[in-house]
Ligand binder design. Structure first.
Ligand code: NDP
Ligand code: PYC
Length: 338
């Protein structure tokens, strides 16, 4: 398949221009373009340029405010910093809140950033990496819309609820994992559908509750949590912490509000940052040096660290550019002309 290579800056320019033309203000368009281009750069296709169309559809539906200006509530003295996204995309709200989150975590050892009233469709690792870039450990989570059946159940009640963690490493890419709490992200099912490919077994059930490998039947039925009851419990925890606890929507409420899974979900997000030095103070050993011993042992055992594939793809894109197929370039042209 012939591919055309674009520099990261060129791709960013094209994606940002699509969003500006669709009426997004500069903060919304810039933040969205950064996260989508990062997905494409790091070979995370399920949250790369394929997501632009869904974001534009959401703008057109009126379920996200393209000109929203997020508002920061510093909540002085508290460990909880809040950003109200004002109905815009989560990414601009996150970018506004992260410096305050880092400052508060350095002061208190642990702090949280709560984002409310946002439309959220992106991968979480760019956010976790923004926390590790500050030398802090981070946990990020959010609900989605009800598309996942709890283990043993036959109705979609939980979201694909992504969960990400990052640990900073000196002069080397951080330790980061980021995954859906369903067996696979819904974006993966959609990509299988578009490619006319069957799903692996164990990903989904149809609307009668029977196992299916047909992406159409899976989209109409329910996805399954990863690790059976364990993923189901983690998905439920995310509904509690990043939905109910922060006073925002749970996945079933998101689905009721939107009435469809074809738009980006609208809910809140929780980011928790921790200072490893503050937690380890007074105890023997440097936490960063001790973590390196653990990583070395993991890699030495023949395993790979999560995000290594992604960091390798990033390095390639940074030196060679991002390779897009003719169909992907046509998609960018078409979305700009729309
Ligand atoms: P994957 O299963 O593709 O990957 C999950 C993580 O596991 C990655 O950090 C990956 O690193 C790592 N990993 C994969 N294989 C191995 C291995 N053999 N050894 C060690 N680590 C490994 O993720 P999902 O499909 O579950 O999720 C994809 C994306 O979808 C995530 O970024 C998530 O945030 C996003 N998402 C967003 C939602 C939303 O509502 N906003 C909802 C659901 C998902 P690597 O990348 O290096 O392979
Ligand atoms: O891939 O599951 C997913 C997803 C849902 C919302 C955004 N991404």
């Amino acid at each position: 398949m012939t591919k055309t290579t674009l520099t990261i800056a060129d791709l960013h320019g094209r994606v940002e221009a699509i969003f500006r033309k669709a009426g997004l203000n500069a903060v919304q368009a810039g933040a969205l373009a950064r996260v989508i281009v990062a997905g494409e750069r790091d070979a995370c296709k399920s949250h790369g340029i394929y997501r632009i169309e869904g974001a534009l559809r959401t703008v057109k539906s009126g379920k996200v405010k393209p000109d929203a200006v997020p508002e920061l509530d510093l909540n002085e003295g508290s460990a909880i910093v809040k950003v109200n996204a004002k109905g815009g995309f989560a990414n601009a709200a996150f970018e506004l809140g992260v410096p305050a989150l880092a400052e508060r975590t350095r002061k208190l050892g642990i702090a949280a950033l709560v984002i409310n009233d946002c439309s959220h469709f992106s991968a979480l690792w760019p956010e976790v990496e923004a926390v590790t870039n500050e030398g802090l450990a981070g946990l990020v989570m959010c609900p989605s819309y009800a598309t996942v059946a709890p283990a043993g159940g036959n109705k979609p009640l939980l979201g694909t609820n992504p969960f990400a963690f990052g640990w900073p490493r000196k002069e080397i890419s951080p330790y980061v994992f980021d995954f859906a709490t369903s067996v696979a992200a819904r974006g993966e099912i959609e990509l299988h559908r578009r490619a006319g490919k069957q799903l692996p077994e164990g990903w989904a059930i149809d609307s009668d509750g029977n196992p299916t490998t047909d992406p159409e039947a899976a989209l109409a039925g329910a996805m399954l949590p990863f690790g059976g009851h364990k993923g189901s419990a983690i998905g439920t925890m995310i509904e509690l912490l990043a939905g109910i606890m922060i006073g925002d929507l749970t996945s079933p409420e998101v689905l009721d509000y939107l009435g469809t899974t074809t738009l980006a979900p609208f809910h809140g997000e929780l980011i928790i940052a921790m200072s490893p030095q503050a937690f380890a103070a007074g105890r023997p050993g440097d936490p960063f040096a001790r973590a390196e011993l653990l990583f070395e042992a993991i890699v030495g055992s023949g395993a790979r660290l999560p995000s290594q594939r992604r960091f390798a793809a990033r390095q390639k894109s940074e030196t060679e550019g991002v390779a897009l197929t003719a169909a992907e370039l046509e998609l960018l042209d078409r979305l700009f002309e729309k």
